[in-house]
Ligand binder design. Structure first.
Ligand code: PGA
Length: 253
């Protein structure tokens, strides 16, 4: 039931920010969080080295902390990687997994994403699992096939509303200023929820939040978050301005 799903507005800062500006952004988000608390849950996902600083800046403000990736393993010889347990210890509640930029830049497969989701769940993190079609796949009419396949292979068993959020992000809409029509967004979100219901049961599917991501900004947020199966947004560019990020949260129904 839609009423049971509290919208989540998560900021994916990507590879942006140095300590000074990231600290200022986090403080500004924290300062405005109370004003939108009745509309949405907020989360900010800075680059790894800024987690401590940003976590401190938002602490007590009702803004959750998230990371942008993690390794599947608990610890070990994995140079340059970060374990889910460390993220949890740093105060993270969320970790974004399978973002299209990681699927492209680091050739992450659905199978690897699934292993990371399992590792993150084992550490008590809630995962924001990203899926979405390329422009070519949409043009070929394969959007739903692609999304179903990513969903079924990227998600392990044991998924529930507490440990998993899905982010539908059409690759061609990320950072481009282009967005699908509201009808296209709702069609994919409803299809995702049906697929979740088939695998995890209707009650679980009804509780899982499905975010839209890709060029979401204050000007288009209200109509997107008003769609029946859209439960918030994963925000890239617009999350780097506290005012815009908070305005998006404020537009949740
Ligand atoms: P964008 O990025 O809002 O800048 O399009 C969204 C994302 O990649 O999560």
């Amino acid at each position: 039931m839609a009423e049971a799903r509290r919208p989540l507005i998560a900021g994916n800062w990507k590879m942006n920010g140095l300590p000074d500006d990231a600290g200022a952004l986090a403080k500004a988000v924290a300062a405005g969080a109370g004003g939108v608390a009745d509309k949405a849950e907020l989360a900010v996902c800075p680059p790894f080295p800024l987690l401590g600083l940003v976590g401190e800046a938002v602490s007590g403000a009702g803004v959750a902390l998230g990371a942008q990736d993690c390794h599947a393993a608990e610890n070990g010889a994995h140079t340059g990687d970060v374990s889910p347990a460390l993220l949890a210890a740093m105060g993270c509640r969320y970790v974004i997994l399978g973002h299209s930029e990681r699927r492209t830049d680091h050739r992450e497969s659905d199978g690897e994403v699934r292993a990371k989701v399992e590792g993150a769940h084992a550490a008590g993190l809630s995962t924001i699992v990203c899926i979405g079609e390329t422009e070519e796949e949409r043009d070929e009419g394969r959007t739903l096939t692609v999304v179903y396949s990513q969903l079924s292979t990227s998600l392990p068993g044991g998924v529930d509303a507490a440990n998993t959020v899905i982010a539908y992000e059409p690759v061609w809409a990320i950072g481009t200023g282009r967005t699908p029509t509201n009808e296209q967004v709702q069609e994919v979100h409803a299809a995702i929820r049906s697929a979740l219901a088939e695998r995890f049961g209707q009650e679980t599917a009804d509780g899982i939040r499905i975010l839209y991501g890709g060029s979401m900004k204050p000007a288009n947020a209200a109509e997107l978050v008003a769609l029946a199966d859209v439960d918030g947004g994963l925000i890239g560019g617009a999350s780097l301005k506290a005012e815009d990020f908070l305005a998006i949260a404020g537009s949740c129904p």
